[in-house]
Design a protein. Structure first.
Length: 67
């Protein structure tokens, strides 16, 4: 993998980590304020989607090691 391509993936991963953390803070605030359970559930689903994208990008960076 080219250095530039790996740098781009790391940058995208950093952005997704920040977005994931932002969703976590927002969800906690919604729970504290007693927001609608359906809205909280939707936010958690979006957060999980971000986590899946993060995992996919991490798999691209970490080389496969045959044990």
């Amino acid at each position: 993998m080219a250095d530039q391509e790996q740098a781009d993936i790391r940058l995208a991963l950093a952005r997704l980590r920040q977005e994931h953390e932002d969703y976590d803070v927002a969800i906690n605030a919604m729970i504290t304020n007693g927001c609608d359970a359906l809205r909280i559930q939707r936010m958690k689903k979006k957060k999980l989607g971000i986590k899946d994208k993060m995992t996919s990008l991490e798999d691209q960076i970490i080389p496969d090691i045959i044990a």
